[in-house]
Design a protein around this ligand. Structure first.
Ligand code: GLN
Length: 479
């Protein structure tokens, strides 16, 4: 059942929230040992919240649009009094003293927390293999990765452990795992959803968004969590634009551009490495939009091909600054030393994994005096080029289309030996983060291996309503 169907059943009294929760907990008991979607299953908290929802229904109150909907929350999102690890040993034993704004809004909408989901340490990765607590497996084929970094949330929705997953997307960490697990994944406009209580990775890129089984569910969750929050200074000071009311309006007359540089057609200037089966689904998706009345053409975002290079300077640079706070004094783990400096070093040496250390070193180097202009400054200029190229493309097109991930889900261990190969997973998703634009991954058929392919719909700032209309058309066509 979709989140909307569950909420409807709970609101009308056809089912209790406790019953819905127990059904999902039973799924978790049966398959979680194999999948490892969660760092923590919050059964007791969930039961308490579900009981409160049932009490509200019994009292004649409406618990909200997500009444009794089980939610799996990425474990870099703070929950008051509940361990929040970011997939890292450095936060050992730490319990946040407050809830993230998304957590508060979900609860106020009637949602029920089922657990905190596994992730690549501090959201750095594309496979969830960088978690300090072991990898998550793809429920559709446990020999494969679920994608990352929000792999636990994607797997939780795909496995039926929760109707809604919450993730964070800095370079693709919602959309790529959504594609690999065959679910919908939405990255809202930068500033669209409050990040208060999200552990910062790269502050100019991070956004929170939902994983769901359906486009309508994603639209509903977005409406619950989006909108201004005075606690996040990067939050857009306006209410979110409603999506659900116009979701079924179709794409008649809309201009949709396939991004040539991400189309797999190398002779025509596309990046290499986009698999032929993924390219085939992309073109079928474009044909489906055309059949629904859209005018489809080829768009050009030339600087998109430099997105990965710019991102892997900007994101580590910001991470090196954001992660300075994990010093053995303020949070979690402390490994003693003979002076404070040594204690800091010992704690960080023991507490951080290899990928996080690599990013901190890269970022510190890129920001160092003498190299700042050559690396960080140049990456920021590339970022501006990407924004300008998107603006030019959106003069001719309402929406853009690309694959979400260059391939379907790959085998565990296939890319861990070579960080660069892993980074290339993000080639199609990173440009939207650099521009701050929204994008959504919709499942569209399967690859040659029978595993899901995701197609990405991209839109200009705050054009989620239009973007999700196209997503709904793709969902209907893929069914
Ligand atoms: N895979 C990218 C990275 O490793 C994106 C991660 C993310 O979006 N959090 O940085």
């Amino acid at each position: 059942m979709s989140a909307l169907e569950l909420a409807d059943a709970v609101r009308t009294g056809a089912r209790t929230a406790v019953d819905v929760l127990e059904q999902h907990l039973a799924e978790i008991r049966s398959r979680e040992p194999e999948i490892h979607a969660f760092n923590l299953v919050t059964e007791a908290v969930g039961r308490e919240q579900a009981a409160a929802v049932d009490a509200a229904v019994a009292a004649g109150d409406d618990p909200g649009p997500l009444a009794g909907v089980p939610v799996a929350l990425k474990d870099n999102t703070c929950t008051r009094g509940i361990a929040t690890t970011a997939g890292s040993r450095i936060l050992d034993q730490w319990r946040p003293p407050y809830d993230a704004t998304v957590v508060t809004r979900l609860r106020e909408a009637g949602a029920v927390l089922v657990g905190k989901t596994n992730l690549d340490e501090f959201a750095m990765g594309s496979s969830t293999e960088n978690s300090a607590f072991g990898p998550t497996r793809n429920p559709l084929d446990p020999s494969r990765v679920p994608g990352g970094s929000s792999g636990g949330s994607a797997a939780a929705v795909a496995a039926g452990f929760a109707a809604v997953g919450i993730g964070s997307d800095t370079g693709g960490s919602i959309r790529q795992p959504a594609a690999l697990c065959g679910v919908v994944g939405l990255k809202p406009t930068y500033g669209g959803v409050s990040r208060y209580g999200l552990m910062a990775f790269a502050s100019s890129l991070d956004q929170i968004g939902p994983f769901t089984a359906t486009v309508a569910d994603a639209a509903t969750v977005y409406e619950v969590i989006a909108g201004h929050d005075p606690l996040d200074s990067t939050s857009i000071p306006q209410p979110a634009r409603p999506i659900t009311a116009t979701l079924d309006q179709g794409v008649e007359g809309l201009r949709v551009g396939i991004i040539g540089e991400l189309s797999g057609d190398v002779a025509a200037g596309s990046v290499e490495g986009i698999a032929p089966d993924v390219v085939a689904r992309l073109h079928e998706a474009a044909a489906a939009l055309e059949a629904a009345g859209a005018r489809v053409g080829t768009a050009s975002v030339p600087a998109a091909v430099y997105g990965v290079s710019a991102y892997y300077l900007i994101a580590p640079a910001e991470a090196s600054s954001n992660l300075a706070r994990y010093d053995g004094v303020r949070f979690g783990l402390r490994v003693d030393g003979h002076n404070t400096h040594q204690m800091n070093a010992n704690t960080r040496t023991a507490g951080f994994g290899a990928e996080v250390k690599r990013r901190i070193m890269l970022g510190t180097y890129a920001l160092s005096a003498g190299y700042y202009d050559a690396y960080y400054g140049k990456a920021q200029r590339v970022r501006t080029l990407i924004i300008d190229d998107f603006d030019a493309a959106y003069a001719d097109f309402d929406l853009l289309l690309s694959p979400t991930s260059p391939t379907t889900a790959f085998a565990l261990g296939a890319k861990t030996a070579d960080p660069l190969t892993m980074y290339l997973n993000d080639v199609c998703t990173i440009p939207s983060n650099l521009a701050g634009h929204p994008a959504v991954s919709v499942p569209f058929g399967v690859g040659d291996d029978g595993l899901p392919v995701g197609v990405q719909v991209l839109a200009p700032m705050q054009a989620e309503p239009l973007m999700m209309r196209a997503a709904a058309v793709l969902e209907a066509a893929a069914a």
